[in-house]
Structure formats: structure tokens, C-alpha cells
Ligand binder design. Structure first.
Ligand code: C2E
Ligand code: MG
Ligand code: MG
Length: 581
């Protein structure tokens, strides 16, 4: 006999409910249809734990047939049927008792069934006032897997699927707690050398592929108990625990470096990448996760500073050096805003006419406590923190404004850092400085070093051409110190080559230096470029560079860099026109 009607099913359990159903606007049949079509499985028991009603969804989900679920059947009988068993297990008996007790006390009882086919069903037993209770069953498999996925996404990096910074910290804390007594734990900070260059030149897609492959190789280098995470960009962090000695961390660092040095084939590109690694060890280099991470980062910084492609262990002095460095950064920013910078000008002398043809603007930083800080110390820092773009703009504007006060046949030379080339608007800055000062473009020389041409050559050449089309002259500074100086001469028509001091210094005693300088002036002459001998300190050097064909000299022999007032006085005195005396 099939009994699925609500009215028939409910009657034995509760006459009161039945009366109310009769009075209701909706017929009990309608209510029955509603319950039958609910997306949740619904079952109702009476106060003795016997079945009153079950809907279709419940039967489908549990696999009971309609015939099996006759009203009046007890929970215990239902369990036996479902398990095709003769007796309940102890666990099942206890559960039934616990359930009945909860229902009698009017408490809700809920939980999850984990079905062998992988589904997860959430059930909620809710007592009803007239005695008995209702159970709802809901398949939450998808919801739970979605939740798991969201949790995974929040704690992992989408690109490499490695743990991210926040979840890694928790893992590191746990690893520190679990690290066996007497053993060491290494935190290793790793980043790829020149990743930015690869990303910029080959595109982000290649950059992404590279990071994914690096993540795979790192996983491959590690023991199963080690951990690796991506902290963003090209920064990876590795934790290796239960080490007997630091040498094991060093061995891992070497293994990682070797694995990464293996050429990458990425979307038709072959790429070779080196890594720098900083290592901090616990105990010793840090008590907690934060300190270890910070010190591993300091060690990485130092590894990079000492030449890329190396690993370094943390040392306490690194912390001190970092503090000094941070103070220098702060002083530099404050000093720039506070007007502690000044431009001095060093004359360049035309060797044929014996007159000052140009003055090079050289930055001077006078710090109230540090005193005169040499440009070699503060310019690399200003470049690294990006402040050089603002300083550089100030240098160009100040130098142009100063040079208009000079005789018209004297130019001004300004040094421009590679960072300024990357900041895009260099051409506008130069054009603006010329326009607002009224300086003729021919009187401005921009000095660049080979470092500028080493990266993004095409972009750089485009900027240089735009500058030249403004009428500005372009000089190659410190010529001869780079890798392939001569090849650049074919790529760009420089107006001037400034031969590095190192060659001038070794001129008299070294026939090779003489030969090089002669070759350079020869080539420059055929390209119609001027040649300046830098760092001329003696009359002898002056005689030699003149004989070798240099067109200009710069150096302490004539003058070091002087304040703007001193230079103005020199140039206005007319003395710059009769240097031979
Ligand atoms: P540089 O552009 O090659 O400038 C020439 C450097 O040689 C100056 O050092 C100058 O004082 C020094 N010098 C000139 N004649 C002699 C000499 O006869 N003997 C010796 N031993 N040295 C001589 P300074 O002023 O210390 O500048 C060093 C470097 O700092 C410059 O080299 C340049 O690369 C950089 N620099 C200076 N001012 C600026 C600036 O405004 N912007 C940028 N980006 N770099 C600058
Ligand atoms: Mg220079
Ligand atoms: Mg130079």
C-alpha cells in the first residue's frame, strides 16, 4: 500500500495538526505537494521515534524505496534497512539514544553525513511542539567544495598555487613550534636576478610562465617536510626544518640556484635566470617568524649587493648597515626638500682654442651633520628610492637657469641617470627647462653613461633622438669603462665622448692606454664627435691628450668644480678666454 499523502501520514501522529490543516485555506493535498517537491529531504517522526512522513527528495537521497518507508517504522528499523543489517552497531545505538534524548529535551541536533560516494549531507533534527521532530537533509557537497576552494584561494597564490604570504606565516610559526630540540630551521628568501628586465622585454606572459616554472623547480628541490611560498613578484620564501647544521641550508641554496640556472624554455623564448638567496637560521638569527623573515630579507639584500647570483647567511652587522642605509634615505629626502643640495660647475677647456667651452654641473650635498656627502655615495641611493627623478629635474632646471647668465659660447653639461630615462617624461622636463630659462638648446649637453644603453635600448635611443631633435647635445660619459662602448657609436650619433679618467691616469706610463685614446679620438673624429679627456691633473697629461687628438679636457689641472658664483665670476672676468696665460 502506498501512503504518501500528508493527511494520511500526519493523522496517526497528531490529530491537532490535522484539524488545523482541515481549517487552512490550503488543502492538505497542496501542503503535501509542497513538501514532496522541496529541494531538501524532509522526514518527520513522532514522539516515539516512529516515521510519520518522508518526502521524495529524502528517498532519492538515501536510496530507500517508497515501500520500505511505511509510516510507523522506527528509526532503528530504518537504519537496519539502509545498512541491510540484522543488528545496529554500538555507535548507531548510541546515536539513536542521543537523538531521542535531545528531541525530548527540545534541543536541535545537526551534523553531516559523509556518504561513501563522496557526497556530504547536512541534517538538522528540529523538535516540534506537539512532540516528535522534523529532519531536513541537504546535499552540501558543492557548497562545501566551493567553501574549500575559496579558502584555498585566500591562502594561495593564484599563479603558482604556492601558499601566499599570510598563510605561510602561520605555517612558519607552526614549523618553529614543531622543530625538534637541538635542530635548526632555515628561512630562505629568494628572488630572481633581473626578473623585471625579463618581464619588461619579453612580456608579462613570459614572466608569468617563468614564475610558474620556478615554483615547480623549487618544489622539486625540496624535501617533503620543507615549505615554499610566493610572497609576490619574483620573491619566494623557503623553510627547511630539522637541520643538523647550517651547511645543509647552504647545500639547499646551491641546489636551488643550480636548478634555476638551467635554461627555461618559455613560449618560444630561451631564458637563463640566476637567483640570489638570503638565509636566516633559528635559533640564533631570530626568535619568531617576523624576525627570521626580516633577517632573511636583509641577508638577501646583502647577497644582491655583493653581486647577484649568490647566497648569504644573515649576520648581525647587516642589521646595522641597513639602519645606516635607512637613515641615509631619510636624510636624503629631507635634505632635498630642505635645500641642502647645490650645483657646482666644473669647466671643460677646448684644447684648440684654449677657452672654457662648457661647465659640467655636479651635485653637492652638504648635510649639517654628515658634512659633504660624495655623489658616489648618495646618487645610487637616490636612484634606488626613485628620488633621483625629482633631484634630476631640479638639476636640469637649475643648471639651465644658471647657464643663461654665462657668456653665450659656454654650454652647460648635466648628468642624467638611467632611472630618469625610465620615468618617461625626460624630454618634456628638458624642453620645459629650456623654455622657462630661455637657454639656447645648443648650450645644453646631456651626459649619459653606458648603463643607460644596457637596458631597453630601443626606448632609450628614441628618447635620445627626441632630445637631439630639440637641439640638445648628447655626450657619452666615462667612455671606455663599459662592455661594448664602440658598438654604441654605430647605434647613436653622440655629439661628444668623454674618455674616462682611468685612461688619462695611465697615459704616460702605459703605451696601451695611449693607443686606446688615439683609437677613440680617431673614431670619434670620423663620426664628427668631440672627445673630452676627463681627470686631467698634470701638464704632461694635457700635452699627451692634446697630441692624441682630444678636443677638450676637464680636470683639476684647470679647475675643480666650483660654486655657481665662483664660476660666474671666472666666466665674466674673461679669463676663460685666455687660459694659455
Ligand atoms: P662624472 O660625471 O664623470 O663627473 C666627473 C667627476 O670627476 C666629478 O666627481 C669630478 O669632480 C671628478 N673630477 C673632475 N676632474 C677631476 C680630476 O682631475 N681628478 C679627479 N680625481 N677627479 C676629477 P663628482 O663631482 O664626485 O661626481 C662623481 C659622479 O657623480 C659624476 O661623475 C656623475 O656620474 C655623478 N653625478 C654628479 N652629479 C650628478 C647629477 O647631477 N646627476 C647624476 N645623475 N649624477 C651626477
Ligand atoms: Mg659627467
Ligand atoms: Mg665622467
Amino acid at each position: 500500500m502506498r501512503q504518501t499523502g500528508l493527511k494520511q501520514n500526519l493523522r496517526p501522529a497528531s490529530a491537532a495538526l490535522d484539524d488545523r490543516a482541515d481549517d487552512a485555506v490550503w488543502s492538505s493535498n497542496t501542503l503535501n505537494e509542497v513538501l514532496e517537491s522541496l529541494p531538501q529531504g524532509v522526514v518527520m517522526y513522532n514522539s516515539e521515534g516512529r516515521l510519520v512522513f518522508s518526502n521524495r527528495r529524502y528517498r532519492e537521497a538515501t536510496g530507500y524505496s517508497t515501500d520500505e518507508l511505511q509510516p510507523g517504522i522506527s528509526i532503528e528499523e530504518m537504519l537496519l534497512l539502509r545498512n541491510r543489517a540484522k543488528a545496529l552497531t554500538d555507535e548507531e545505538r548510541q546515536y539513536c539514544e542521543h537523538l531521542m534524548n535531545c528531541m525530548r529535551r527540545g534541543e536541535v541536533l545537526s551534523g553531516y553525513h559523509h556518504i561513501p560516494d563522496g557526497r556530504i549531507i547536512r541534517y538538522i533534527n528540529t523538535p516540534i511542539p506537539s512532540g516528535g521532530w522534523i529532519v531536513t537533509h541537504e546535499d552540501v557537497t558543492r557548497q562545501q567544495s566551493a567553501e574549500k576552494q575559496i579558502e584555498h584561494m585566500a591562502s594561495h597564490d593564484a599563479l603558482t598555487d604556492l601558499p601566499n604570504r599570510s598563510s605561510f606565516r602561520t605555517q612558519l610559526e607552526q614549523a618553529l613550534r614543531l622543530n625538534p630540540e637541538g635542530k635548526q630551521l632555515a628561512v630562505m628568501f629568494l628572488d630572481l636576478d633581473n626578473f623585471k628586465g625579463i618581464n619588461d622585454t619579453l612580456g608579462h606572459q613570459v614572466g608569468d610562465e617563468l614564475l610558474k616554472t620556478v615554483a615547480e623547480r623549487l618544489r622539486f628541490c625540496m624535501r617533503s617536510s620543507d615549505m615554499v611560498a610566493r610572497f609576490g613578484g619574483d620573491e619566494f620564501v623557503i623553510v627547511s626544518s630539522a637541520l643538523d647544521k647550517p651547511a645543509e641550508a647552504a647545500a639547499l641554496a646551491r641546489r636551488i640556484r643550480k636548478a634555476i640556472l638551467d635554461p627555461f624554455k618559455l613560449l618560444d623564448h630561451q631564458v637563463v635566470v640566476d637567483t640570489s638567496i638570503g638565509i636566516a637560521l633559528s635559533p640564533g638569527d631570530g626568535e619568531d617568524a617576523d624576525q627570521l623573515l626580516k633577517n632573511a630579507d636583509l641577508a638577501l639584500y646583502s647577497a644582491k649587493a655583493s653581486g647577484r647570483g649568490a647566497y648569504r647567511f644573515f649576520e648581525n652587522e647587516m642589521d646595522v648597515r641597513m639602519m645606516e642605509r635607512r637613515n641615509l634615505e631619510l636624510d636624503l629626502r629631507a635634505g632635498f626638500v630642505g635645500g641642502q643640495f647645490e650645483l657646482h660647475y666644473q669647466p671643460l677647456v677646448n684644447l684648440e682654442r684654449n677657452t672654457v667651452s662648457c661647465c659640467e654641473a655636479l651635485l653637492r650635498w652638504n648635510h649639517p651633520k654628515r658634512g659633504e656627502v660624495p655623489p658616489q655615495t648618495f646618487i645610487p641611493v637616490a636612484e634606488e628610492i626613485g628620488l633621483i627623478t625629482r633631484i634630476g629635474e631640479w638639476v636640469i632646471r637649475t643648471a639651465c637657469a644658471e647657464a643663461v647668465k654665462w657668456p653665450e659660447d659656454v654650454s652647460v653639461a648635466v648628468n642624467v641617470s638611467p632611472v630618469q630615462f625610465r620615468s618617461q617624461n625626460l624630454v618634456q622636463i628638458v624642453a620645459h627647462a629650456l623654455a622657462s630659462s630661455g637657454l639656447a638648446p645648443r648650450r645644453l649637453e646631456i651626459e649619459i653613461t653606458e648603463a643607460i644603453l644596457l637596458e631597453h635600448t630601443e626606448d632609450t635611443l628614441a628618447i635620445l633622438r627626441q632630445l637631439q631633435s630639440l637641439g640638445v647635445r648628447i655626450a657619452m660619459d666615462d667612455f671606455g669603462t663599459g662592455y661594448s662602448s664602440l658598438s654604441y657609436l654605430q647605434k647613436f650619433p653622440f655629439d661628444k665622448l668623454k674618455i674616462d679618467q682611468a685612461f688619462i691616469r695611465s697615459l704616460s706610463e702605459d703605451g696601451e692606454a695611449n693607443a686606446i685614446v688615439r683609437a677613440v679620438t680617431g673614431i670619434a673624429g670620423s663620426f664628427h664627435m668631440e672627445t673630452t679627456a676627463e681627470g686631467v691633473e698634470t701638464e704632461e697629461q694635457r700635452a699627451i691628450v692634446t697630441a692624441l687628438g682630444c678636443t677638450e679636457m676637464q680636470g683639476y689641472l684647470f679647475s675643480e668644480a666650483r660654486s655657481s658664483n665662483d664660476i660666474l665670476r671666472l666666466l665674466r672676468s674673461g679669463r676663460h678666454n685666455s687660459l694659455a696665460a
